[in-house]
Each structure stands twice: as structure tokens, then as C-alpha cells.
Design a protein around this ligand. Structure first.
Ligand code: ME8
Length: 695
């Protein structure tokens, strides 16, 4: 018997839509209570599905300024699990994702690669779509902020809010982080730099439009307090509550005109702030403002999943305030998950240059394990959502991935299938038997697993939902061991033998349905091996109950889905390969792509100072274009007099990680010739505008 939940009394909502669904009180006292709970959850889910008749889920739209990585994939896989689960429940689903394509970041990256912004974003969008296909993401809609209907929606909303007085013209004075495209208050800076990316910020004073977020402070507070499930998990809700209680500041929603943006309607001197533009994607992708039938069909989202980085300042404040100003309902749930971080605790991100490509990881796992690529991708999906409780941070490790692969996938799941199918072939001519009397012994365990799974998924606790399935697998494995079909066969107890084999196959069927949202291809493969694919049996959530396995179907065993990995050998091999890769090649060459990662620009030295106590160093202020004047520390004090350097045009590595040298921050490097000591500066032979790209 599977154990009961260790929570004595749990009061939880039963569906995403907290407003619309009833709350039920669950008292876990034993199996009968669990069954009752299951029925009530299902009834409430059905009622709530009926009420909702739809499940609209979104991911953030990712910046189109770099390749998709494991962080983006994490959010998107999580959303995919919800979407697939609701489709299994026969609820109409709209799962939307997309790309955020405007702004200086994108324009800079395009320029650095010698492309037009349009060419650049088209290319990145291709990479995102390819990644989602490779990771078995079943999105329904992919929005691009450069889509004409989206741009029209943004301008429409901007005008509407200007007319209603929610947007007004004022003067912005303060700090701006160019890479994050974020205006920041003095108190938010960390050591004078952006709290998000750690890079220097610019001081700006400009006329700009403001959105009256402050006017919505009280309403938002009231909404969060009266909707306990609106912001999840709880820890994030508390953070947001304290942020809102301090009073919201009006948000600057335009800035001086840039080259790659949506202009403010009727004021071509201003661009619409990228976050205002980006958040509107959630509305425009369901037809707002002109396709109202479609919009009314889907709005509001049942859940919006974002990373914790973009919750408090954007999704939990600016966004709901915008919706309130538009008089639109707020999303039912905003869930902010944690970060995948490196072993040293850094967030994995484009700006930190430490990204991990999930497809590369899957290919490597396929190579190490000899599983198919599709299975390796699903295994990675499983790992990402099983390993870390959704909401917390986690660090990726190969050892942990391989351990899960062996223990959970190869042993618990794979072995159950690999042990059972040969029994069907050996004792039952490869045909699924009738359940017969005595079958259904795993029925309680199945009900328990399903109930727990549903309950955990409602709260996006993917890891706990998977644990529920694995508890069922463990029961099934134990059942097979203790009921020993081998002995039953020897004793010629055919009826019992058939019942035992039927129960285990039935349980594998249920598991195949339950893992579908997480591992769709593995689920298909199990379905296929059970013979249910050829028999054209559909996977439906309502069939996650005992004794629903059809009989008289011929199974179709295949090769083991999860071949076991020798972890020690694999780790040694990975270690050796990574050492090999980090050694310079014989010719000491780098690829053109590696070279393209170095951003070189023409910079004009506008100030040069000696650094007290450092006789080799100069502190330079270098204009690298687009209002970016960098402080750079250069080891050239013994060769050059600061005064000689004024107005000299040098070549600057502009995307070098900031460093502190002799207590002075340095944001870039200037190129100089000379093996040990700089002998000559690399300069331009004619005047170029600062910021000109060097290729
Ligand atoms: O913020 N761990 O786009 P973005 C987990 N365009 N998740 C991570 C992650 C990590 N290390 N790194 C990124 C933007 N993510 C805006 C969004 S929405 C209207 C506009 C995921 O490309 C996580 O979901 O920087 C995070 O919120 C998102 O990618 C940020 O993606």
C-alpha cells in the first residue's frame, strides 16, 4: 500500500483559477479519504474546467539577443508540462511563448554581428523555434514583438492610456541600465551598478512618458491580499507584498527615440519602453484589441510562468497595474521560479556568458547512455523538473543528472517495463490478458498517485507530482517482486498469474499517461511497447484508473528505453573531454564564431588620469558611442603621458567582463601592441565616430 500524505490537514485550492474554483479541505486519514479527495478534486477540476473551458498559459517572451539556453528552456518545459496535462484532461489549451525583439540590446548585438536588426532577430527566432522543437515543446502560439499586429496593439494601448490620463508626459532624471533596458532608482544600485547584471549604469535626464503605476498601489495590494494564490510561491508573494506596501513609483514608459523600437503614437521623438511593449504580448497574442471574440475566449491567463528576476518590478506590479488601467481581469496565477545557477552560485545567463545549451546536454547524454536523442531530451526535461522544487534555485551537475537517469529512469521505470513485457511473451503469447477475478490490486496505489499528482500540479510542484508517480512505480516493482509470476507459473496458477501481470501492465499504462506531460516521447514509446499505439488507444487523463487496460492486445517490446550508464566511467570521460577542450589546439586557432563573440569598437579617449599608488596604470574615460563613456584601467602609464592620449581614437574590447584593478573599476580593454609591455596603441588611421564596429 502506498503511504498517505504526511500532511495532516491541507487547505488548498483545487484549480488554477482561484476565483472560480471552490476550495476544499483535505483531511488525509487513509485510503478512503484519499479516494474521496480524488473524486472531489476531479469534480472540482471538471467544474472549474467547465467554467474556464480553456487553459491559457504563457512563458516570458525571451530577448532575441542571444541563443536560447537552459534557463529559458526550464520555464518553457514547465509551461509545456501544464499545457500537456490540461490537454490530456481534454481542456482547450492555449500555450504561448515568443520573443522580445525591440530595444538597444538587440540593435547592439545585431551591429556587433554585422547584421541589420531584422536579419539578426529572424535568425535568433529560428534558434528559439528550433530549440523548442528539439525539446518537445508543444506551444500553440509564438509571438514576436515585431509582428505588425502586436506593434499596432502596443500603440493602441499607449494611446488609450494617454487619453485616460494613465500615461502622462514628465521628465525622467535618473539611472538607466542599457543592457537590461531598465530605469533604476539610486537606492536600487549596487555599488553604483545595475542590481541585475552588475554592469555600470548611465545617468540620464530626458522628457518621457510615465505610466501612473502609483495610482494602482492600493488596488493591487488589495488584490494580492485577497487572492492568496495570485503570486506563487509564497516566498515571492511576501517579497512582492513588501515591495508594493512601500508604494509603487510611476513607471517611465518611453525614452528618447532609438533605432529599433515602437514609436510613441503622435510623438516620434519617443520610443515606447521595451517592457511596456513586451508585457502587452500577453494581450496581443490572443487578439487584443481588435479580435475581441478570440480575446474573450482566452483572457485571462490561468497561469503565467516567469523567472524570479522579472517578477517584482514587472509581472507583479507594472503588469497588473496596466491591466487595471485597461479594466481587464488579472491573470489567475503568476508563478516565479528560481534560477539555474553555476556551481559558483552565478545565475546562468547570456550577459554572464556561462550559458548551457540543453540540447547539447541531451546529445551528450544520448551519447553516454546510448539512449535515443528523444529519450535523452525527455530525461533532461524530467531531471530539470524533478531535481529542484519549482520556485527554488538549483545548480546543474552531470553527476546528479546521470544518477537520476540510472536510479529513476533506467531502474524504476525502465526495469519495470523490461521485466514485465518478457513475462507477457513467455507466459501469455505476447497478448494482454483479461483482468479476471483478483485483478485490480494496485488500484488504491493508482488512485493515490493520481490524486497526489493532481494536487501537486495545481501548485506547480512538479517535483512532488513526479514523486507521486515514482511512489506508484515503487509499489508496482515491489508487487511484481512479492507476487512472483515465475512461481505462479511453476505452480500452474494461471488465473492469478494473469491477474498479476495484468495489474502491472495496467499500472505501466497509467504511468505512461501520467508521465506524458513531462516525457512525451518516452510516454509514446511505452505506449507503443504496450501495443496501445497500434491499437489506436488514446491517452486520456480520465483513464488514469485501474482496470482500464484493454485486453487481447499484442504487445510490441522494443529495446530498453533507458540503457544504464556506468557513472564513474562517464564522469571520467566527461572530465577528460573538458580538459581536452580547454587545452589550446596545436594550431592555437579559434573559430570565426568564437572571434565574433569579441565586441570591438572605436573609442575616443576623453579623459586620462594617473592612479595614485599604481605607477603602471592609467584611468581612462573612453567614449564608445551611443552615450556610453566607459572607465577603463590600462597598464600604459609608463609608456604614455595622460595628456598625449586625449582625443586619441583607440580600439576597445567593449564586452569584456568588468573588473576591479587596483581598486578602480574597469569596463573594457584597449588594444595595444607589445609582448610583455605595451609598446604602441592600436589606433584608427582616420577619424571614425566613436562606437564604430571593428571587424
Ligand atoms: O527578461 N534560470 O527575457 P530574457 C532559470 N524579454 N530561468 C532563467 C534563467 C536561469 N538561469 N535565465 C533565464 C526577459 N531564465 C524579457 C521578458 S516578458 C514580457 C519579457 C528564464 O531572455 C526565466 O524565465 O532575459 C527568466 O524570467 C527569463 O528566462 C528571462 O528571459
Amino acid at each position: 500500500m502506498a503511504g498517505t500524505s504526511n500532511r495532516a490537514l491541507v487547505e488548498q485550492p483545487v484549480a488554477q483559477s482561484a476565483k472560480k474554483s471552490a476550495k476544499i479541505r483535505i483531511i488525509c486519514q487513509g485510503q478512503s479519504a484519499l479516494n474521496a479527495m480524488s473524486d472531489r478534486i476531479n469534480q472540482a477540476m471538471r467544474q472549474s474546467d467547465d467554467l474556464m473551458k480553456k487553459f491559457y498559459i504563457t512563458t516570458p517572451i525571451y530577448y532575441a539577443n542571444g541563443q536560447p539556453h537552459i534557463g529559458h528552456s526550464y520555464t518553457t518545459i514547465a509551461a509545456d508540462v501544464h499545457a500537456r496535462y490540461h490537454r490530456l484532461r481534454a481542456t482547450p489549451v492555449l500555450f504561448a511563448t515568443g520573443t522580445d525583439e525591440h530595444g538597444q540590446k538587440v540593435a547592439h548585438s545585431a551591429q556587433a554581428q554585422g547584421m541589420t536588426p531584422q536579419e539578426f532577430v529572424d535568425n535568433i527566432v529560428g534558434s528559439f523555434k528550433q530549440m523548442w522543437q528539439r525539446l518537445h515543446i508543444s506551444y500553440d502560439r509564438f509571438i514576436r514583438t515585431t509582428d505588425p499586429h502586436h506593434m499596432a496593439a502596443v500603440q493602441h494601448i499607449f494611446s488609450q492610456l494617454r487619453e485616460s490620463g494613465d500615461i502622462y508626459l514628465g521628465e525622467y532624471e535618473g539611472w538607466y541600465c542599457v543592457p537590461c533596458e531598465t530605469y533604476l532608482a539610486e537606492v536600487e544600485l549596487v555599488d553604483g551598478c545595475c542590481p541585475e547584471c552588475g554592469r555600470p549604469v548611465e545617468q540620464v535626464t530626458e522628457q518621457a512618458y510615465f505610466f501612473r503605476t502609483s495610482a494602482y498601489t492600493d488596488r493591487l495590494l488589495e488584490h494580492i491580499e485577497s487572492h492568496p494564490d495570485f503570486i506563487q510561491p509564497k516566498s515571492r508573494r511576501n517579497e512582492v507584498l513588501s515591495f508594493v506596501k512601500e508604494g509603487l513609483r510611476d513607471a517611465c514608459v518611453s525614452r528618447n527615440r532609438m533605432e529599433w523600437d515602437i514609436p510613441v503614437p503622435g510623438d516620434e521623438s519617443q520610443s515606447i519602453y521595451v517592457w511596456f511593449d513586451a508585457l502587452i504580448n500577453y494581450l496581443s497574442q490572443v487578439g487584443y484589441p481588435d479580435k475581441l471574440d478570440e480575446f474573450n475566449r482566452w483572457w485571462p491567463p490561468q497561469i503565467q510562468i516567469v523567472g524570479k528576476d522579472i517578477l517584482t518590478r514587472f509581472h507583479a506590479t507594472l503588469w497588473p497595474a496596466m491591466l487595471m488601467a485597461l479594466d481587464l481581469p488579472l491573470p489567475d496565477v503568476l508563478f516565479a521560479h528560481g534560477w539555474w545557477i553555476t556551481d559558483s552560485g552565478d545565475k546562468i545567463s547570456k550577459s554572464k556568458g556561462n550559458i548551457l545549451d540543453p540540447y547539447e546536454v541531451a546529445l551528450e547524454l544520448a551519447r553516454i547512455s546510448t539512449a535515443t536523442t528523444a529519450v535523452a531530451v525527455d530525461s533532461l526535461r524530467y531531471f530539470l523538473l524533478r531535481q529542484i522544487t519549482f520556485g527554488l534555485d538549483g545548480s546543474f551537475s552531470w553527476r546528479a543528472l546521470l544518477a537520476r537517469f540510472n536510479a529513476d529512469l533506467a531502474n524504476d521505470l525502465g526495469n519495470l517495463l523490461n521485466r514485465t513485457l518478457p513475462l507477457v511473451e513467455r507466459y501469455l503469447n505476447g497478448v494482454i490478458p483479461e483482468p479476471g477475478p483478483g485483478a485490480g490490486e494496485l488500484s488504491d496505489e493508482i488512485d493515490h498517485a493520481r490524486t497526489k499528482f493532481e494536487h501537486e500540479l495545481v501548485h506547480s510542484d512538479f517535483s512532488a507530482a513526479l514523486t507521486a508517480i515514482w511512489e506508484l512505480l515503487s509499489s508496482a516493482n515491489k508487487f511484481l517482486d512479492t507476487r512472483g509470476p515465475w512461481a505462479l507459473h511453476k505452480d500452474a496458477k494461471q488465473v492469478e498469474l494473469e491477474a498479476v501481470i495484468y495489474d502491472v501492465l495496467d499500472c505501466i499504462r497509467v504511468v505512461a499517461i501520467m508521465i506524458e506531460p513531462f516525457m512525451p516521447k518516452v510516454s509514446d514509446e511505452i505506449w507503443q511497447q504496450l501495443g496501445l499505439q497500434s491499437a489506436q488507444i488514446e491517452k486520456r487523463w480520465e483513464d488514469c484508473r485501474a482496470l482500464k487496460l484493454p485486453s487481447d492486445i499484442t504487445i510490441a517490446p522494443g529495446r530498453p528505453i533507458f540503457p544504464r550508464v556506468d557513472i564513474k566511467r562517464a564522469m571520467d570521460q566527461l572530465q577528460a573531454e573538458s580538459e581536452e577542450q580547454s587545452e589550446p589546439t596545436a594550431a592555437n586557432t579559434i573559430s570565426i564564431d568564437e572571434f565574433k563573440q569579441v565586441e570591438l569598437r572605436v573609442g575616443t579617449i576623453v579623459e586620462a588620469h594617473r592612479i595614485p599608488g599604481a605607477d603602471k596604470l592609467l584611468r581612462l574615460m573612453v567614449d564608445v558611442g551611443e552615450s556610453d563613456t566607459r572607465q577603463i584601467v590600462a597598464g600604459i602609464a609608463q609608456q604614455f603621458n595622460p595628456r598625449e592620449l586625449l582625443d586619441v581614437q583607440v580600439i576597445v574590447v567593449t564586452n569584456l567582463e568588468p573588473a576591479t584593478i587596483h581598486g578602480v573599476e574597469s569596463h573594457g580593454m584597449i588594444l595595444a601592441a607589445g609582448a610583455d609591455e605595451p609598446e604602441a596603441l592600436v589606433i584608427t588611421d582616420s577619424k571614425c565616430p566613436p562606437g564604430t564596429i571593428v571587424r
